[in-house]
Design a protein around this ligand. Structure first.
Ligand code: GTP
Ligand code: MG
Length: 249
């Protein structure tokens, strides 16, 4: 087993909550309602991964499996400009964009197959100066939810999602990469599932995702990040801000 890497988020409280950063060889699930900031945080991590280790990065490139067509290159450019301010150094946005490989997933089966494509890509980049160190699936669950409707199909959905998550875990292990997945949930208490801080399908993801982060909006730019049920870290919360420059304290 390779030494676990830690990817810093750009927000110190968030890093502390995670025991120093988002771990490699683990799946980190971010769940929260519409607009809570999951995709924004994912963009920031796609940028930070490329930084050298002494700046909190993993010196690697990134694969994004984009299921909702929400990847925005302009947002990456803003965040790279933010890093240039922060580190008082001229980072080239084009260079960062070049190291983010985005694949659109058109349905859940396609999404599952794209992990194989990601593995091929990672093998190609393995011995370069930018091996793949982060894979993002944003959103993990949207296609599955849309396609598997009704009670009779739930077991089937669960089985497919489980396989998908195991493929992703394997990818993370083989490449010493972080795996980030997002999952939209309702904020309102749900008559059936009860607890609003529990994602629908929570029991599906619960066993596989090593770190589970509940993201919610607070005042202005602020977001509350809550670590839930971690096997190795204390539960807790961090406040992070999403600004034009990206994620910050
Ligand atoms: P769903 O995918 O719909 O579940 O939402 P999400 O959790 O992915 O939300 P997302 O990350 O897309 O967050 C959108 C929010 O981020 C917006 O409502 C803004 O508050 C904030 N945001 C997005 N872009 C910018 C930006 O350029 N500057 C600033 N300051 N905030 C931004
Ligand atoms: Mg999103």
């Amino acid at each position: 087993r390779m030494e676990v890497g830690k990817l810093r988020t750009g927000c110190e409280e968030f890093d502390e909550l995670m025991g120093g950063g988002i771990e490699t060889q683990s799946i980190t699930e971010m769940y929260g309602e519409f607009g809570s900031g999951k995709t924004q945080i994912a963009h920031q991590l796609a940028v930070n991964t490329q930084l050298p280790k002494e700046m909190g990065g993993l010196d690697g490139s990134v694969i994004i499996i984009d299921t909702e067509n929400t990847f925005r290159p302009e947002r990456i450019e803003h965040m790279v400009a933010g890093l240039s301010h922060k580190f008082e150094q001229d980072f080239d946005p084009a260079e960062f964009l070049k190291n983010i490989h985005v694949a659109r997933a058109y349905n859940s089966n396609h999404q599952i197959l794209l992990v194989d494509a990601a593995t091929e890509m990672a093998n190609k980049l393995k011995n370069t100066d930018k091996p793949v160190r982060l894979v993002i699936v944003d959103s993990l669950t949207a296609h599955f939810r849309a396609e598997y409707v009704g009670r009779g199909t739930l077991a089937d959905r669960q089985q497919k999602l489980n396989k998908h998550l195991h493929d992703l875990q394997r990818f993370g292990d083989l490449n010493n990469a972080s795996v980030i997945v997002t999952n939209q949930v309702m904020s309102k208490p749900d008559a059936f599932f009860g607890d609003p801080t529990r994602p629908i399908g929570g029991h599906i993801l619960g066993h596989t995702a090593t770190f589970r982060l509940y993201i919610r909006k607070s005042k202005g730019d602020k977001r509350i990040v809550k670590l839930v049920d971690s096997p190795c870290l204390p539960d807790g919360e961090a406040v992070a801000c999403i600004t034009t420059d990206g994620l910050c304290d």
